[in-house]
Write a new protein. Structure first.
Length: 147
């Protein structure tokens, strides 16, 4: 019985992963080279790009004030700022909110799960590959500095 339950969970987990990956990748390639430049414009979810992870934080680090906060407000704030639909689940209204949830946010952005294409209401905009790279570099490699 335990094996059957565990096997069932494994299959459902794998199926969920496949569904998410399929939703994240609308083309056969996961990068933006070779005629895929229109996907990098950010109008829809597009294909999930491959990201680079520098071994150290770039100098200067992406700035919370001028680079990261505007992206969080534009893309995450649609649903995750005070008074928005998903703010009760995860409020990303302030630097402190984002910093406290940076690992969760990083993973969602890295996997191209957010903004959620199936959200209600649907996202008004999607980040470009370069914007996603800025967010994941700031959150992960640079450890989300308040700069």
């Amino acid at each position: 019985m335990i094996a059957k339950v565990l096997f069932g969970f494994t299959l459902s987990g794998a199926a969920a992963t496949l569904v998410v990956v399929a939703a994240c990748s609308s083309s056969s390639t996961n990068d933006f080279s070779g005629g895929e430049a229109d996907l990098d414009a950010g109008p829809g979810p597009g294909a999930c790009p491959q990201f680079e992870f520098p071994s150290t934080c770039p100098t200067p680090a992406p700035s919370w004030q001028t680079e990261v906060r505007p992206l969080v407000e534009k893309y995450c704030g649609q649903c995750h700022q005070t008074g928005s639909t998903a703010a009760a689940q995860l409020n990303l209204s302030t630097y402190g909110d984002v910093y406290a949830n940076r690992t969760k946010c990083w993973y969602q952005i890295y996997q191209c799960w957010m903004p959620n294409a199936d959200g209600s209401p649907a996202p008004m905009a999607y980040p470009t590959a370069a914007e996603r790279q800025t967010l994941i570099t700031w959150m992960d490699v640079c450890n989300a500095p308040d700069n």
